[in-house]
Write a protein of this length. Structure first.
Length: 167
Protein backbone atom coordinates (compact mmCIF):
# COMPACT_ATOMS: atom_id res chain seq x y z
CA UNK A 1 0.00 0.00 0.00
CA UNK A 2 1.34 3.42 -0.96
CA UNK A 3 1.07 6.30 1.49
CA UNK A 4 0.73 9.81 0.15
CA UNK A 5 1.99 12.71 2.20
CA UNK A 6 1.50 16.39 1.53
CA UNK A 7 4.56 18.03 -0.04
CA UNK A 8 6.99 19.58 2.41
CA UNK A 9 7.52 23.31 2.10
CA UNK A 10 10.92 24.21 0.70
CA UNK A 11 11.56 26.61 3.53
CA UNK A 12 9.89 26.44 6.89
CA UNK A 13 8.38 29.70 8.12
CA UNK A 14 10.38 31.38 10.86
CA UNK A 15 8.45 30.91 14.08
CA UNK A 16 9.47 32.86 17.15
CA UNK A 17 9.55 30.74 20.29
CA UNK A 18 6.78 31.46 22.75
CA UNK A 19 7.84 33.94 25.43
CA UNK A 20 8.42 32.43 28.82
CA UNK A 21 8.81 33.58 32.39
CA UNK A 22 9.37 31.76 35.64
CA UNK A 23 9.03 33.05 39.19
CA UNK A 24 10.44 31.42 42.30
CA UNK A 25 9.57 32.49 45.84
CA UNK A 26 12.69 32.21 48.00
CA UNK A 27 12.56 32.10 51.80
CA UNK A 28 14.95 34.18 53.87
CA UNK A 29 17.48 31.38 54.03
CA UNK A 30 21.23 31.21 53.41
CA UNK A 31 20.57 28.35 50.96
CA UNK A 32 18.41 30.55 48.69
CA UNK A 33 21.26 31.44 46.26
CA UNK A 34 21.99 27.73 45.71
CA UNK A 35 18.31 26.99 45.08
CA UNK A 36 18.14 29.92 42.67
CA UNK A 37 21.21 28.71 40.74
CA UNK A 38 19.83 25.17 40.48
CA UNK A 39 16.51 26.45 39.19
CA UNK A 40 18.25 28.74 36.72
CA UNK A 41 20.33 25.88 35.28
CA UNK A 42 17.20 23.81 34.64
CA UNK A 43 15.37 26.73 32.99
CA UNK A 44 18.31 27.62 30.74
CA UNK A 45 18.81 23.99 29.70
CA UNK A 46 15.10 23.62 28.97
CA UNK A 47 15.12 26.66 26.68
CA UNK A 48 18.45 26.07 24.96
CA UNK A 49 20.32 28.91 26.65
CA UNK A 50 23.12 26.92 28.26
CA UNK A 51 25.67 29.29 26.70
CA UNK A 52 24.48 31.88 29.24
CA UNK A 53 24.64 29.51 32.23
CA UNK A 54 27.98 30.46 33.81
CA UNK A 55 27.44 34.22 33.75
CA UNK A 56 23.74 33.90 34.60
CA UNK A 57 24.50 31.71 37.63
CA UNK A 58 27.06 34.19 38.95
CA UNK A 59 24.76 37.19 38.51
CA UNK A 60 21.69 35.41 39.88
CA UNK A 61 23.66 34.28 42.90
CA UNK A 62 24.86 37.81 43.58
CA UNK A 63 21.38 39.35 43.29
CA UNK A 64 19.78 36.69 45.51
CA UNK A 65 22.63 36.93 48.05
CA UNK A 66 22.14 40.69 48.17
CA UNK A 67 18.44 40.16 48.92
CA UNK A 68 19.26 37.65 51.67
CA UNK A 69 21.87 39.90 53.29
CA UNK A 70 19.93 43.16 53.19
CA UNK A 71 16.25 42.26 53.55
CA UNK A 72 14.36 40.71 56.45
CA UNK A 73 11.97 38.46 54.57
CA UNK A 74 11.34 36.48 51.43
CA UNK A 75 12.67 37.31 47.99
CA UNK A 76 11.33 36.49 44.55
CA UNK A 77 13.45 35.46 41.58
CA UNK A 78 11.99 35.99 38.13
CA UNK A 79 13.55 34.65 34.93
CA UNK A 80 12.15 35.97 31.65
CA UNK A 81 12.96 35.48 27.97
CA UNK A 82 13.71 38.52 25.84
CA UNK A 83 14.21 38.87 22.07
CA UNK A 84 12.33 35.72 21.14
CA UNK A 85 14.09 33.64 23.78
CA UNK A 86 17.66 34.57 22.81
CA UNK A 87 18.29 36.76 25.87
CA UNK A 88 17.53 36.49 29.56
CA UNK A 89 16.36 38.96 32.17
CA UNK A 90 16.97 38.03 35.82
CA UNK A 91 15.03 40.05 38.40
CA UNK A 92 15.10 39.77 42.17
CA UNK A 93 12.53 41.43 44.42
CA UNK A 94 13.08 41.90 48.13
CA UNK A 95 11.35 43.86 50.88
CA UNK A 96 14.16 46.33 51.60
CA UNK A 97 13.38 49.59 49.74
CA UNK A 98 17.02 50.78 49.68
CA UNK A 99 18.53 50.52 46.21
CA UNK A 100 22.28 50.04 46.58
CA UNK A 101 24.87 51.67 44.38
CA UNK A 102 25.39 51.28 41.46
CA UNK A 103 21.77 50.25 40.91
CA UNK A 104 20.52 53.55 42.31
CA UNK A 105 21.68 55.37 39.14
CA UNK A 106 20.20 55.35 35.68
CA UNK A 107 18.48 52.07 34.76
CA UNK A 108 20.08 50.00 32.06
CA UNK A 109 23.67 50.19 33.14
CA UNK A 110 24.83 53.16 31.10
CA UNK A 111 28.33 52.76 32.46
CA UNK A 112 30.38 50.45 34.62
CA UNK A 113 30.37 50.95 38.34
CA UNK A 114 33.31 50.86 40.67
CA UNK A 115 33.81 49.82 44.27
CA UNK A 116 36.17 51.76 46.51
CA UNK A 117 39.10 49.64 47.71
CA UNK A 118 38.22 50.33 51.35
CA UNK A 119 34.54 49.34 50.94
CA UNK A 120 33.24 46.52 53.14
CA UNK A 121 30.82 45.26 50.49
CA UNK A 122 29.38 45.92 47.08
CA UNK A 123 31.70 43.72 45.07
CA UNK A 124 28.93 41.28 44.19
CA UNK A 125 26.85 44.01 42.59
CA UNK A 126 30.00 45.25 40.85
CA UNK A 127 30.21 41.81 39.21
CA UNK A 128 26.60 42.15 38.10
CA UNK A 129 27.13 45.49 36.40
CA UNK A 130 30.44 44.32 34.92
CA UNK A 131 29.16 41.06 33.36
CA UNK A 132 25.56 41.95 32.51
CA UNK A 133 24.59 43.57 29.22
CA UNK A 134 22.21 45.88 31.09
CA UNK A 135 21.17 46.29 34.73
CA UNK A 136 19.09 48.52 36.96
CA UNK A 137 16.97 48.87 40.05
CA UNK A 138 13.52 50.21 40.83
CA UNK A 139 11.91 51.11 44.14
CA UNK A 140 8.47 49.57 44.53
CA UNK A 141 5.89 51.47 46.51
CA UNK A 142 3.53 49.78 48.91
CA UNK A 143 0.66 48.12 47.11
CA UNK A 144 -2.57 46.54 48.28
CA UNK A 145 -0.61 43.69 49.80
CA UNK A 146 1.94 45.96 51.50
CA UNK A 147 4.92 44.40 49.74
CA UNK A 148 6.91 47.47 48.65
CA UNK A 149 10.65 46.97 48.53
CA UNK A 150 12.79 47.03 45.42
CA UNK A 151 13.52 45.14 42.25
CA UNK A 152 17.08 44.67 40.98
CA UNK A 153 17.51 43.25 37.49
CA UNK A 154 20.08 42.39 34.87
CA UNK A 155 20.03 41.15 31.28
CA UNK A 156 22.29 38.68 29.51
CA UNK A 157 22.68 37.38 26.01
CA UNK A 158 23.18 40.40 23.81
CA UNK A 159 26.19 38.73 22.23
CA UNK A 160 24.32 35.45 21.91
CA UNK A 161 21.50 37.30 20.13
CA UNK A 162 24.02 39.03 17.86
CA UNK A 163 26.87 36.58 17.23
CA UNK A 164 29.01 39.23 15.56
CA UNK A 165 28.90 41.28 18.74
CA UNK A 166 27.00 44.11 17.05
CA UNK A 167 24.11 45.46 19.08
Amino acid sequence: MVTVSPPRPTSAPLVEPAPWAYALQLPHDARAPRVARSTLRVVLATHGLTALADAAELLTSELVSNAYLHAEGDATLRLRALDGGRRLRVSVWDSNPHIPPPFDGRPGGAGLCSVPVEADGGRGLFLVCHYADAWGGYPLGDDLFGRGGKLLWCELGRHAAHPTGAA
